[in-house]
Design a protein around this ligand. Structure first.
Ligand SMILES: Cc1ncc(COP(=O)(O)O)c(C=O)c1O
Length: 251
């Protein structure tokens, strides 16, 4: 009897690469961990957690943090989503918008987690080669036939940044979803962020994370912005208590 589903048995799983133990004191650039500690205010907030707050389930809709993020980025709460790291948003992308037999396209090279997560959801991840200078070929992505396209901007591992105008060009040329993963945007010229465009483009979803520029990958909080319909769909697909109380206090 086969207990494990064949597509899971056959998939290679995510290869994290070499991970020296924290005691080795290495800066793990392959994980893009921050060499700097998080803000002292994070530890202060964590010390203030009460037993009562740990005894109770957290708010499943993450209202407080969503309201703070919405205010900070100038969008509506209904256009804001919080997740268990942005990795959960990548899983939800496959679960909610791509699905088994669906297709998602991503430049190659880029963040490889998208490939293994797609395989886990029986979706096809189409790798669209970058040009020789590693610049992203938007036309090839658009013509890939995928129902969703992912841009990591700035891209990892190349560090190349697409301008807002270049992202708009792709979004306007796509009928399907365009996901812009801005995990590293705080390190670039943030004027090129497309968060401010979610009102204009109902097929645009922007991913962010506290893991990189806030040095908080240990607590697992990601967030995303998009049209109300996209956010409502993500809310239906997520685990009920996807962001725990401790992560919420830290972020
Ligand atoms: C481009 C990109 N997106 C998303 C993630 C996931 O980050 P997290 O799940 O810690 O938010 C990473 C982590 O390395 C990344 O490099």
């Amino acid at each position: 009897m086969t207990i494990v589903l064949p597509h899971i048995e056959q998939m290679p799983g995510y290869a994290e690469g070499v991970q020296p133990l924290p005691e080795a004191g290495a800066i793990r650039l392959n994980l893009n961990e921050s060499p700097h500690p998080p803000s002292p205010q994070v530890l202060k907030a964590l010390r203030e957690i009460t037993e009562e707050q740990l005894r109770r389930y957290p708010d499943s809709r993450c209202e407080e943090l969503r309201a703070e993020l919405a205010a900070q980025y100038g969008v509506k709460v209904e256009q804001t989503f919080c997740s268990n790291g942005s990795s959960e948003l990548i899983s939800l992308l496959m679960k909610v918008f791509v699905g088994p037999e669906g297709k998602v396209a991503i430049p190659d090279p880029s963040f490889p987690l998208y490939h293994s997560v797609a395989a886990g959801y029986q979706a096809t991840c189409i790798k669209v080669a970058t040009r020789d200078d590693f610049s992203i070929d938007g036309e090839a992505l658009r013509k890939s036939g995928a129902q969703a396209v992912v841009l990591v901007n700035p891209n990892a591992p190349t560090g190349l940044l697409l301008s807002q105008a270049e992202v708009i060009h792709l979004v306007e040329g796509m009928d399907g979803l365009v996901v812009v993963d801005e995990a590293y945007m705080d390190f670039a010229d943030s004027d090129e962020s497309v968060i401010s465009l979610i009102d204009r483009y109902p097929n645009l979803l922007v991913l962010r994370t506290f893991s990189k520029s806030y040095g908080l990958c240990g607590v697992r909080v990601g967030y995303g912005f998009g049209h109300e319909r996209l956010i409502a769909a993500l809310e239906k697909g997520k685990d009920v208590y996807n962001v725990d109380a401790i992560a919420r206090f830290a972020s």
